[in-house]
Design a protein. Structure first.
Length: 134
């Protein structure tokens, strides 16, 4: 590669990098807001996206650390586990595989360890909606 004759590319690259870092920071902030609301499916999705997309960068390390921190608390750990199952159900719904989605949702609604989770209520609502579909 030849060295550019002007510094405009450097400025553009720095601008692009700053934009990416702002996106990652925004995702971290969105995950924190979702955690306050109890939307652990959003938390899990956002933090995993940032962790994978920004691997080796400060933002990715922060996401990884936050995931680890959330999984230390038993109640939050159960919420996160239920959220992971809920996301699998949603993926199956997106593919049109309703019976597999119902199986995942039933796993959340029937398991005792998820009885006191907010994700159980979401799963029950989605289960009801999916089970009435043709």
């Amino acid at each position: 590669l030849k060295k550019p004759t002007d510094d405009s590319l450097v400025a553009d690259a720095e601008k692009g990098l700053k934009s990416l870092e702002e996106f990652g920071a925004g995702q971290l902030a969105a995950a924190e807001e979702a955690a306050k609301k109890g939307d652990y499916d959003v938390v899990l999705t956002s933090l995993e996206l940032v962790e994978k997309s920004f691997k080796g960068h400060d933002v990715g390390s922060k996401a990884k650390a936050r995931l680890r921190e959330l999984k230390k608390d038993k109640a939050t750990k159960n919420e996160m586990a239920a959220a992971a199952i809920f996301l699998k159900a949603q993926q199956n719904l997106d593919k049109g595989q309703n019976r597999y989605a119902l199986a995942y949702l039933k796993e959340i609604t029937k398991a005792k360890k998820y009885a006191d989770t907010k994700m159980k209520a979401k799963a029950e609502k989605l289960y009801e909606d999916v089970s009435t579909r043709p």
